[in-house]
Ligand binder design. Structure first.
Ligand SMILES: C[S@@+](CC[C@H](N)C(=O)[O-])C[C@H]1O[C@@H](n2cnc3c(N)ncnc32)[C@H](O)[C@@H]1O
Length: 260
């Protein structure tokens, strides 16, 4: 189905916003309450009327950013919280957003996306987090709907998507959901591994182009060696990017210094 900006704008225009809690979600409020570093760079994607952003802002967090496809719900946020920095209100597509955050909060954004985008959601979250940064929040553990949002799913569906990027991901039954969602939510905690420095985008793009066109490539390794071959696959393992050559050899991308 069409889940474009126009779709969401119309939902706000028609006031068909059944997801809207009218205040910060209790699990996210409890999470924010135990944070001590007021300088943390936070992002709330698909933030809607952004009650969690307002809550964090009022609690003294100065680097809270929200992004939504449409500015319709931000009108409400600005009316409630006029001193929320307008340059932290980002109108645009989460998948096109660039940045580096310490914490990203999930609250009924994942379930609003076409399930075909779930892989990309996880990859984008990983990209937007600094090494060691965390994706936290709530995910439905409920079938919900298959043909329109909120799209459902279960822990067993999410785990294989998240694990390659966030090996230590946990999703535990949420004990402090709001009453109508009690027993149907998971508390998601996914930390981007510290140990991996991603390769420069330009180099990654060259690998991707070589993989798509099946062009032979010569890799210069950090240890001084070289390897030649055709890239069969680019993949994530244990939170790091890897490539596999047709010959079967697998190389972590941060062990490669160049390619020709
Ligand atoms: C179900 S609503 C949830 C809003 C808010 N998180 C809440 O719980 O009240 C989903 C929100 O995601 C936004 N959205 C959908 N796709 C998006 C995308 N690709 N990038 C940014 N925002 C998006 C919609 O405009 C909508 O405000």
């Amino acid at each position: 189905m069409d889940l474009s900006r126009a779709f969401w704008e119309q939902r706000y225009g028609d006031n068909e916003t059944g997801w809207d809690l009218g205040g910060p979600s209790t699990p996210l409020r409890a999470y924010i309450d135990q944070l001590t570093d007021r300088e943390l760079r936070m992002l709330i994607p698909g933030a809607g009327r952004a009650y969690e952003a307002e809550y964090a802002h009022r609690a003294g967090f100065r680097n809270v950013h929200v992004i939504d496809l449409t500015d319709a719900p931000f009108v409400d946020l600005k009316a409630r919280c006029p001193d929320f920095p307008s340059d932290h209100l980002i109108v645009g597509d989460f998948f096109a957003h660039e940045g580096s955050y310490d914490v990203i909060l999930e609250q009924t954004f994942f379930c609003a996306l076409d399930p075909a985008l779930r892989d990309r959601y996880v990859r984008k979250m990983w990209e937007l987090l600094r090494p060691g940064g965390k994706l936290v929040g709530v995910l439905f553990n409920d079938a919900l709907f298959a043909d329109h949002p909120p799209f459902g799913g279960f822990k067993a569906d999410y785990e294989p998507l998240l694990k390659p990027y966030f090996p230590a991901v946990s999703m535990e039954p949420c004990h402090n959901s709001i009453a109508p969602r009690a027993g149907r939510e998971l508390w998601l905690h996914a930390q981007r591994p510290l140990s991996y420095s991603p390769v420069a985008c330009a180099l990654y793009d060259r690998f991707e182009a070589a993989a798509v066109t099946r062009r032979p490539i010569k890799l210069s390794m950090i240890d001084g060696g070289t390897v030649e071959g055709i890239i069969d696959d680019l993949f994530i393992r244990d939170g790091a990017d890897w490539l596999r050559l047709k010959s079967g050899g697998e190389y972590r991308l941060d062990a490669i210094s160049g390619a020709e």
